[in-house]
Ligand binder design. Structure first.
Ligand code: ARG
Length: 466
């Protein structure tokens, strides 16, 4: 260990401490091995703070130049993997500051003027998270584009729509895919909205009460591209609601991914046989040579659980804390980091996987023909002939009962048989009873008609381009 006076944490504090920390306590309280990923944000925050200190005449131009020089060196060293992270220096902030002082002397010691690690760490996490939100926005757009592409190709493909996992009504497979585009577009809105509250500056709050130095907080916010400054120092250093809000948006995104995964897994099973997923997203079995398992969607469904867990962890972390900063907050990082990693990897892999889906339209259509999926269309047909809907519903129930007894589809019953259920039924009923007729009839906004699917595809494309 070098002779630098900040190399040991007990010496980093003050003369007040009369004994060194035990190894165990050092390890227990340290965060450097996970929070070092904040280094870029930490340096950006420090440089913005130093620039403002110089502009306010609180440090000299020479000190400011020395700090910039030192930080440039540190940036180079970290990027090259040469930086010597020290557990004894607890966290990313003290590691960088100690190294800066080692490199540039007293100027490094002046950097912390009017600042505390409490407002520093809150700033770093916000800066880091803001950039991750932007990256997630890009990934969500790519996934939506992949789904829109597939939806456009599959606008005419007929899929049995389910309720209660029982065949309900035929839908366009493209329409089904666009349901997920709606979900992911709302997720993107939620992230964009959370970003507004993430992107505010805590610096200037210092430890908890603000500081007596004449800092220009707005200037720092502007340098860092933030939308404003936190207006209450106690709140600025202590609340992690922005992290919870982000994780809650991530949880909803993962829940949407998980529902989609469940469908992909079902559709790929032999019993459905609706799709195939490209081999590169699947694995085999070590014992059953015939197996090809949809590992990626299964894992995504599983990983949803850990993100839900992180949300619970963060909420619970916050709930008992008195104002202002407490060390509990150091525990915000691992759940947040893992949420970001899990979500980004999942979005990336799903965008690729959607491009590798093979659709089996005949299997889908065969399944749609099985469950009397056009029974509602027959009821609607009778309503258009003048029957009250409830009566029409009853008439169709009898017709379906007959069809089940005969082992046939409604469309396969002879006209005479159908007319036995109601005399207003005519030859034109067969168009209504066809799957395609059922689809085409639902051409209102939000409906499953292929024309409507294409209109929605165009709307999504314009939105995603804009
Ligand atoms: N590593 C700490 C964290 O992540 C930095 C802030 C520590 N502040 C303090 N007063 N101990 O929260």
């Amino acid at each position: 260990m070098s002779s630098n006076q900040l190399d040991k944490k007990s010496e980093a504090w003050s003369a007040l401490f009369s004994e060194p920390m035990s190894e165990l306590v050092q390890r227990y309280t340290a965060s450097v091995f996970f929070d070092q990923r904040l280094w870029r944000a930490d340096i950006a925050g420090s440089l913005a703070h130093a620039e403002m200190l110089a502009a306010q005449g609180l440090i000299s131009a020479d000190d400011h130049a020395a700090i910039r020089r030192g930080m440039a060196q540190i940036t180079e060293d970290i990027e090259a993997g040469r930086f010597d992270w020290k557990l004894a220096l607890e966290d990313v902030h003290l590691n960088i500051e100690a190294r800066l002082t080692q490199l540039v002397g007293d100027a490094g010691k002046r950097l912390h003027t009017g600042r505390s690690r409490n407002d520093q760490v809150a700033t770093d996490v916000r800066l880091w998270l803001r950039d991750e939100i932007d990256a997630i926005g890009t990934l969500l757009a790519a996934l939506q584009t992949a789904l829109v592409d597939l939806a456009e190709q599959q606008a005419e493909t007929i899929l049995p729509g389910f309720t209660h996992l029982q065949v309900a009504q035929p839908v366009s497979f493209g329409h089904h895919l666009l349901a997920y585009v709606e979900m992911f577009s709302r997720d993107a809105e939620r992230f964009a909205d959370a970003r507004k509250r993430v992107n505010r500056l805590p610096l200037g709050a210092a430890a908890l009460a603000g500081t007596s130095y004449p800092l220009d907080r707005e200037r720092v916010a502007k340098t860092l591209g933030m939308d404003g400054v936190c207006q209450n120092s106690l709140d600025a250093v202590s609340d992690r609601d922005f992290a919870i809000e982000f994780t809650s948006a991530a949880t909803l995104t993962m829940v949407h991914i998980s529902r989609f995964s469940e469908e992909l897994i079902l559709w790929m099973s032999q019993n459905f046989g609706f799709i195939d997923i490209a081999d590169r997203f699947c694995t085999g079995s070590s014992i059953m040579p015939q197996k090809k398992n949809p590992d990626v969607p299964e894992l995504a469904r599983g990983k949803t659980g850990r993100v839900v867990g992180h949300l619970m962890g963060l909420v619970t972390l916050m709930k008992g804390q008195p104002l202002a900063y407490n060390k509990d907050n150091q525990e915000d990082k691992e759940p947040l980091f893992d949420t970001v990693d899990t979500l980004k990897d999942t979005l990336r892999i799903f965008a690729e996987m959607v491009g590798g889906i093979t659709v089996k339209p005949e299997a889908m259509e065969r399944a749609a023909l099985k469950g009397y999926a056009t029974a509602t269309d027959l009821a609607d047909y009778l309503v258009k002939k003048g029957l009250p809907f409830r009566d029409a519903h009853e008439v169709v129930a009898h017709a379906v009962k007959q069809a089940i007894a005969d082992g046939r589809d409604l469309a396969e019953l002879p006209l005479a048989t159908l007319q036995g259920f109601h005399p207003s039924i005519g030859e034109d009923v067969f168009e209504v009873l066809s799957l395609r007729g059922s689809l085409n009839a639902r051409a209102l906004t939000g409906g499953t008609a292929p024309a409507q699917v294409r209109a929605q595809v165009a709307r999504h494309r314009a939105r995603l381009a804009g």
